[in-house]
Design a protein around this ligand. Structure first.
Ligand code: BDR
Ligand code: CA
Length: 311
C-alpha cells in the first residue's frame, strides 16, 4: 500500500493520473494539492475537486501556488489543455470546497503525522513542495520518497529545445526540490515520450466510468489534437500517469543515479542537467548536489497497458 499526496495542475494528463490514483487499490490517496501550471490556480482546484467527486470520493483538496517563486508567470497554454484544463468540454458544478489549509501546510501536516510512510508525487510546477521545504525543512527526512514528473536529460524539452514544462514553469522551485536531499526520482520526457495512449486505449478506458469517463475521453480528444500537430502522433503521452506507474511498477523503467542541476536563468532556463554518479568533473559543483534517481527510458507499451488495466 502506498500512501501518497498527489500534487497536480489538472490538466488533461493530470486528470488521467488522478483517476488512476483514485482507482488503484494499492494507492491510498491522502489528498490532492493544487498548483497553477496548465491552468490558473482556481481552475486547478476546481478540477481536482470535480474529478474526485465524479469518482465518488471526497478526497481532501488543498490549494497551493498561484504562480512561480521568482520568474514572471508564463501564460497557461490553453491550446494544449483547453481554457478549463479539460479540453473545453462542459463540466458539471463542484459540490465540495478546498481545505482551509494551504497545499504546503497540508503536505507538512500529513508527512509529520506519518513519518517515513508518505510518498509525494508531484506532476506540475514544484512551488508547493518548495514552499513546504521552506516552512519545515524537517520533512526531508520524514517523507518516504518524492516522485516528480518533469525534466529531461537527453530527450530535449517540450517548451524550449531544452526545458520541459513543469520545470520551465518554476525553475527556482524545481532547483530547491531536486537538490533538497530527500529520496527522489525524476520521471521526465526520456521516459514519458516512450509512452503513447492511443484512441483505442481511451475507448476501453472511458467505458463504464459514467461522467468521469466522458471527461477523460473528451479531454483526451482535445489533447490528442495538440499531439497530432506538434509531434505527429496519433494519441497523447500520458506524462503524469507515468509518475504513478514508476511508483507501482518501477520494473517498467530504466533508471540512472546521479546529480541533477536546474538552470534557473537565461535562455536555457528550466533545463535539467544530469551528471552520472561517480563521474568526476573539474568543476566540483556537480558532485556537491545530492544523489537522485532519473528515469532514462520506459517500456512504453507495458506502461500504457498498466494504465488501461488500472482504469
Ligand atoms: C507536463 O506538463 C504539463 O503540461 C503536463 O500536465 C505534464 O505534467 C509534461 O511536460
Ligand atoms: Ca501536470
Amino acid at each position: 500500500n502506498h500512501p501518497i499526496i498527489f500534487d497536480t495542475d489538472p490538466g488533461v494528463d493530470d486528470a488521467q493520473a488522478i483517476a488512476i490514483a483514485l482507482a488503484h487499490p494499492d494507492i491510498e490517496l491522502l489528498g490532492l494539492t493544487t498548483t497553477y501550471g496548465n491552468v490558473d490556480i482556481a481552475t486547478a482546484t476546481h478540477n481536482a475537486l470535480l474529478l474526485s467527486e465524479l469518482a465518488g470520493q471526497r478526497i481532501p483538496v488543498a490549494q497551493g501556488a498561484a504562480g512561480p517563486l521568482v520568474k514572471t508567470k508564463y501564460p497557461a497554454p490553453a491550446f494544449i489543455h483547453g481554457e478549463n484544463g479539460l479540453g473545453n468540454i462542459e463540466l458539471p458544478p463542484v459540490k465540495g470546497q478546498a481545505e482551509a489549509t494551504s497545499a504546503a501546510q497540508f503536505i507538512i501536516d500529513q508527512v509529520n503525522a506519518r513519518p517515513g510512510e508518505i510518498s509525494l508525487v508531484a506532476v506540475g510546477p514544484l512551488g508547493n513542495l518548495a514552499a513546504a521545504l521552506q516552512l519545515d525543512p524537517g520533512i526531508v527526512d520524514k517523507v518516504k520518497q518524492v516522485v516528480i514528473m518533469g525534466g529531461s536529460i537527453k530527450e530535449g524539452g517540450n517548451v524550449t529545445p531544452v526545458a520541459e514544462a513543469n520545470i520551465f514553469n518554476d525553475p527556482h522551485a524545481a532547483f530547491r526540490v531536486l537538490t533538497a536531499g530527500w529520496p527522489l526520482t525524476m520521471v521526465g520526457l526520456d521516459a514519458t515520450h516512450r509512452c503513447v495512449l492511443r484512441p483505442a486505449d481511451m475507448d476501453i478506458i472511458a467505458v463504464g466510468q459514467g461522467r468521469l469517463g466522458d471527461i477523460l475521453a473528451g479531454s483526451y480528444a482535445f489533447y490528442s489534437d495538440f499531439y497530432r500537430g506538434a509531434l505527429g502522433i496519433d494519441g497523447c503521452c500520458p506524462h503524469d500517469s507515468c509518475a504513478l506507474a514508476w511508483l507501482l511498477k518501477p520494473e517498467l523503467f530504466t533508471t540512472a543515479r546521479g546529480h541533477l542541476m536546474v538552470v534557473t536563468e537565461g535562455d536555457a532556463e528550466g533545463q535539467t542537467i544530469f551528471a552520472p554518479e561517480g563521474r568526476p568533473f573539474i568543476d566540483a559543483r556537480w558532485s556537491r548536489t545530492p544523489l537522485v534517481d532519473v528515469c532514462t527510458g520506459a517500456d512504453g507499451k507495458a506502461v500504457v497497458e498498466w494504465i488501461v488495466e488500472t482504469l
